[in-house]
Ligand binder design. Structure first.
Ligand SMILES: Nc1ncnc2c1ncn2[C@@H]1O[C@H](COP(=O)(O)OP(=O)(O)O)[C@@H](O)[C@H]1O
Ligand SMILES: Nc1ccn([C@@H]2O[C@H](COP(=O)(O)OP(=O)(O)O)[C@@H](O)[C@H]2O)c(=O)n1
Ligand SMILES: [Mg+2]
Length: 206
């Protein structure tokens, strides 16, 4: 009671309407074909810069493991290389951002299609600072995925082909969209990991 009495009325009103920290955050989207090194380079980035990394795919896999009511649906879509309904993925991303308490995020594997992009814009109301695009030919992507050895149900040749098709049809248009807005930072991801990181680092150093 005493505390409330001592709190100026203005401060109480301001607190009530204050925008949550994550809603004012800096977001970098990290895109590229399956196996292009999104996860690898985000892991490198968080060691050097004060960003929190979330992989949309990892959040969806965790949701399956948690026994969620959507688990079976998410799993069957991942095995089929399809893009999970955006309401689910955006909710998981926003929850992770909020719970992290941070305000600088690398969001990897998102937005993968126009629906992902629009739902995130409408819900989070955040525009990315810029968008990293790891460009790599399909034959190299296939080699990397086939030797990834993470026990993923979608890392088999049949699903990989479907994921490549989804990437070309649904994700490349998003990459073009950000290019037209001057937000795209394209990286040659076919080089060794250390060389890719040298090119990535420069974009975060300023
Ligand atoms: N530049 C690179 N050259 C060769 N192999 C790489 C490179 N970057 C990542 N890898 C390997 O390729 C596989 C896919 O990388 P990953 O970071 O999981 O990609 P993504 O998240 O884009 O699917 C992993 O086994 C990783 O160790
Ligand atoms: N925004 C996203 C990201 C991933 N996913 C699903 O999760 C799968 C794996 O995504 P991922 O980002 O972990 O895969 P990689 O590109 O890292 O190989 C995708 O093929 C989709 O089925 C999705 O539906 N929506
Ligand atoms: Mg990944």
């Amino acid at each position: 009671m005493a505390l409330i009495m001592e709190t100026p009325v203005d401060a109480l009103i301001k607190d009530e309407h204050e925008t949550p920290k994550w809603k004012k955050s800096t977001v970098v989207f990290v895109l590229g074909g399956p196996g292009s090194g999104k996860g690898t380079q985000c892991a490198n980035l968080v060691k050097h810069f004060s960003y929190t990394h979330f992989s949309a795919g990892d959040l969806l896999r965790a949701e399956i493991k948690s026994g969620s009511q959507f688990g079976a649906m998410i799993q069957s879509m991942i095995v089929d290389g399809r893009i999970v309904p955006s309401e689910i993925t955006v909710k998981l991303l926003c929850k992770a951002m909020e719970e992290s308490g941070d305000d600088k995020f690398l969001i990897d594997g998102f937005p993968r299609n126009e629906e992902n992009r629009i739902v995130f814009e409408n819900v989070a109301k955040i525009e990315p600072a810029f968008v990293l695009f790891f460009d790599c030919p399909e034959d190299e992507l296939e080699r990397r995925i086939m030797s990834r050895n993470q026990g993923r149900e979608d890392d088999n040749i049949e699903t990989i082909k479907k994921r490549f098709k989804v990437f070309v049809e649904s994700t490349l248009p998003i990459i073009s969209y950000y290019e037209s807005k001057g937000k795209l930072r394209k990286i040659n991801a076919a080089k060794p990991s250390e060389e890719v990181f040298e090119a990535v680092k420069v974009l975060f150093a300023s």
